[in-house]
Design a protein around this ligand. Structure first.
Ligand code: ADP
Ligand code: MG
Ligand code: MG
Length: 208
């Protein structure tokens, strides 16, 4: 099972709607640890994504994801505009030449996204950022390339959720939360929450 370019476009429109619907939860997560703007920033980014993808007749899966990342990067600003823009731009470029999005493409996308984000932002696993959801997701995807996309995405979304939960026990090394020290224990990272919403929605789209 794999998605053609238009099905990938429809999946990303569903992801955009899910992030927009999750805005209150994402805002609260960032209020607990940061400046509270993550939900609104992601919502603004996803409205820009919808404006690009709704009229699009995509030529490739690469184009769908790269367009998503460019729309986020140019509309959101802040740390997360660069971070989540890089997820989809670097991830999308790794799909160049692939006719469809399958479990191997999922692995290529997540590994390139992780590498791009780490290079761009300088954070690493354990710093209490979205990397703590993305890194276990990328690792699980590498183990799941032989599976049907439905099973791969189910396993990958669960790995991201586990990473988000683990981020509760981490002390932030980046952003405003860094000044909180041990006061940030018990709360998950807001960007990790966004990664979980995105991967859960991709799973729901392919599982149907
Ligand atoms: P800002 O920090 O500019 O207010 P947001 O609130 O939208 O931006 O996003 C904050 C999220 O961005 C954090 O929860 C974290 O997951 C992610 N983030 C911030 N800095 C980095 C970084 N250097 N590497 C990876 N992710 C980061
Ligand atoms: Mg913020
Ligand atoms: Mg901010």
């Amino acid at each position: 099972m794999s998605l053609n370019a238009n099905q990938a476009r429809l999946m990303m429109l569903q992801v955009a709607d899910a992030i927009i619907a999750a805005e209150p939860m994402l805002s609260q997560a960032d209020r607990d640890l940061g400046d509270g703007d993550h939900g609104l920033g992601m919502k603004r980014g996803m409205e820009a994504v919808k404006a690009q993808l709704e009229p699009m007749d995509p030529a490739s899966v690469e184009q769908v994801f790269v367009t998503t990342g460019t729309a986020m990067m140019t509309s959101m600003g802040g740390a997360s505009g660069a971070i989540f823009g890089t997820v989809y731009r670097a991830g999308g470029k790794a799909l160049a030449g692939r006719p469809a999005f399958d479990a191997e493409g999922l692995s290529l996308l997540l590994s390139a996204a992780l590498e791009g984000v780490m290079k761009r932002g300088g954070a690493k696993p354990g710093d209490k950022t979205m990397i703590d959801a993305l890194a276990p997701a990328a690792e699980k995807a590498r183990e799941s390339t032989a599976l049907p996309l439905t099973e791969a995405l189910t396993a990958v979304a669960a790995a991201a959720e586990g990473g988000k939960e683990a981020s509760k026990n981490m002390i932030a090394q980046f952003g405003r939360a860094k000044t909180l020290g041990e006061a940030c224990l018990g709360f998950p990272d807001a960007g990790a929450c966004s990664v979980v919403v995105m991967l859960n929605t991709m799973r729901d789209f392919v599982v149907g």
